[in-house]
Write a protein that binds this ligand. Structure first.
Ligand code: HEM
Length: 184
């Protein structure tokens, strides 16, 4: 009987442990806010600062390691699929940016090649200390089916990647995962 009680206790502990694991899988949202009102999401070498402006736009400052392209993909459904990608790089004193969409789990295309529209405004691009930074704005709801709607009060997965080349097509040398909460 004692052994039966022990087995039941172990089973209960295992079930409680499983719940803990499931809880831990909910994305952790960073509550850090800077003096300009940007929230911060960090993943590996990537830092995304973001804030909602006028309940209409998401203003972003993205930094990643390396001097090739860097990117954030908003709200993928699986791997790279369905993500609203903003990809950019800095070359020859000029910033380049592209609004793209995750067509399959491992590919993306510019929105404008998919019948969509380009819905990103590049505000600045630069490289310092071997890192690339992009500052840009995207609409929370562009009306383009090749973007993802971002709603206030909702948490979304984001993916980050960086490649060694100054272009929009060379495969990444690193990627990472994060989550953002769209909030005022
Ligand atoms: C530029 C052209 C790109 C190509 C050719 C490409 C291709 C691929 C391929 C073949 C894989 C699977 C194999 C692997 O893990 O290396 C992959 C995985 C992945 N890619 Fe890309 N990718 C590109 C851009 C991006 C961008 C811009 C992002 C994010 C901003 C991204 C995020 C990811 C992530 C997070 C995975 C891992 C998915 C998982 O295993 O769960 N990729 N990509």
């Amino acid at each position: 009987m004692k052994i039966f009680g022990l087995v039941v206790s172990i089973l209960l502990l295992l079930i409680a442990g499983c719940n803990t694991v499931r809880d831990e899988m909910a994305p952790e949202i960073n509550t850090e806010i800077d003096s300009e009102g940007f929230y911060t999401e960090r993943a590996g070498d990537f830092v995304l600062k973001y804030k909602v402006e006028d309940s209409v736009n998401l203003h972003c400052r993205l930094t990643g390691a390396g001097t090739g392209w860097i990117s954030v993909g908003f709200a993928p459904s699986a791997q790279m699929k369905d993500a609203n990608f903003i990809i950019g790089y800095y070359d020859n004193s000029t910033g380049f940016i592209s609004d793209e969409f995750g067509v399959t789990s491992y590919s993306h295309e510019p929105d404008i090649n998919l019948g969509g529209t380009s819905d990103v405004t590049l505000l600045s691009a630069y490289e310092t200390d071997g890192k690339t930074s992009l500052e840009f704005k995207i609409p929370l709801d562009s009306g383009d089916t090749k973007d993802r709607v971002l709603s206030l009060g909702t948490t979304y997965p984001v993916i980050f990647a960086a490649g060694d080349a100054d272009d929009f097509v060379t495969i990444h040398s690193q990627y990472d995962f994060g989550a953002i909460l769209i909030r005022n």
